[in-house]
Ligand binder design. Structure first.
Ligand SMILES: NC(=O)c1ccc[n+]([C@@H]2O[C@H](COP(=O)([O-])OP(=O)(O)OC[C@H]3O[C@@H](n4cnc5c(N)ncnc54)[C@H](O)[C@@H]3O)[C@@H](O)[C@H]2O)c1
Ligand SMILES: [Zn+2]
Length: 366
């Protein structure tokens, strides 16, 4: 079984990647759990697909699971549900050394991680990610957050999990569209730092999307290893290294904002298009060959992701899209850092990007 260590000083943890981990969750977590009572937070879709198996595994290992089932969807990352989860954990008398299980996608992981960061000034939690996006990205690295009326992920904390169990079998119940959105984040790791992995994606992405378990396991393990390497070197995003993980995200967030953070465009779908735009913008600045940018677009299109702005049916022009970027939390004294490409597998942080130039570029894309 691939086990990826996340080497953080004083708080190392493991990401285990293997089929069958969820059905074995009781045994996997047993060495960490101190009490019979185990709080499990999930959403209604995941509860329906996986609840019984998780419950049975925990009981077979001698535990008494207590369930909190929240509504599925981004709106659950709210003050209201955060307060609800924290009050529920307090009522269960969860202590600082106890572990809360977060079973679900990035929504549940972000919310439960944030709740754990503040419960009694910090209790422990275990990530059981059930979407590809959560397995390759959000469950690893310790960023937690909720959304507020002012924007997405504006309130949160760094709080690392104690263990992550990534089971590719979880993806068998995941809708294909969600799988594609998560796959965009897999491609991101190749594009930002590993040209050979990008080529691997080109060769194996379509079969992975069509259900090949072994390929899914390999992609998850490689992605987690890439993220773990970056997070271990720049846990709090201070050196610029961790910022590379935002490749495609500045363009993507503007598109998500323009489509109202709705199911018109899932986060990972916005990242896919955002990576294409970052690649084309890099070509426009003469950093890469235009053919390299089109290679990025061709691969994402080959797995069914949208790669052209006109496919979104937007009414905003370049200036309208750039206006959304001004609210980006990475804005720093009037400038917005962009992640650009010097090649496939070689991203860097550019601090000299003029937003009116980006607006002109976006106008050319429509
Ligand atoms: N903390 C981080 O570093 C980080 C990184 C990237 C994204 N995020 C956050 O992650 C969130 C998006 O996560 P997501 O894409 O996993 O979305 P999600 O949690 O909303 O899950 C997507 C959908 O799939 C359903 N689902 C989940 N697992 C399933 C399964 N195995 N079978 C059937 N249905 C299943 C969910 O109920 C939901 O409807 C966003 O809020 C984003 O801000 C956080
Ligand atoms: Zn992302």
């Amino acid at each position: 079984m691939p086990v990826v260590p996340v080497d953080l000083a004083g708080r190392p943890y493991e990401v285990r990647v293997a089929p069958g981990l969820l059905a074995d969750v009781g045994n996997q977590c047993a060495p960490l759990l101190r009490k019979a009572i185990v709080p499990v937070v999930t959403d209604a879709n995941v509860q329906a697909a996986w609840g019984e198996r998780i419950d049975a595994s925990l009981r077979a290992a001698g535990f008494e699971p207590h369930w909190k089932v929240l509504p599925a969807g981004e709106a659950t990352k709210s003050w209201q549900h955060l307060a609800d989860v924290v009050d529920w954990l307090l009522a269960l008398e969860i202590e600082r050394k106890d572990h809360v299980l977060a079973l679900g996608g990035g929504v549940i992981g972000d919310l439960v991680g944030f709740a754990a960061s503040m419960l009694k000034r910090g209790c422990r939690f275990i990530q059981l990610p059930t979407t590809l996006l959560a397995q390759v990205d959000s469950s690893v690295g310790g960023k937690t957050a909720i959304n507020t009326p002012a924007g997405k992920n504006l309130v949160g904390a760094f709080h690392q999990p104690a263990l992550v169990l990534a089971d590719p079998l979880a993806l068998e119940t995941l809708p294909r569209r969600e799988l594609g959105a998560g796959y965009a984040e897999v491609v991101k790791y190749g594009l930002l730092g590993d040209g050979a992995f990008f080529a691997w994606c080109e060769n194996h992405g379509p079969a992975l999307m069509d259900g090949d378990q072994a390929l899914r396991e390999q992609a998850i393990a490689a992605s987690v290893a890439a993220k773990a390497r970056i997070v271990a070197q720049d846990e709090f995003e201070t050196t610029g290294l961790r910022a590379l993980l935002n490749l495609g995200h500045t363009f993507g967030h503007a598109l998500e904002a323009e489509t109202g953070f709705s199911d018109r465009l899932l986060h990972g779908e916005g990242v896919a298009l955002g990576m294409v735009l970052a690649a084309r913008y890099s070509a426009r600045r003469g950093l890469i060959d235009p053919a390299e940018a089109e290679r990025v677009a061709a691969h994402l299109r080959a797995v069914g992701l949208r790669t052209e702005l006109h496919e979104l049916g937007l009414t905003a022009d370049g200036a309208g899209l750039v206006a959304h970027m001004l609210h980006d939390k990475k804005m720093d004294s009037g400038t917005l850092p962009f992640i650009l490409l010097r090649g496939v597998g070689e991203a860097y942080l550019a601090r000299d990007v003029a937003l009116d130039d980006v607006a002109a570029f976006l106008d050319e894309q429509v």
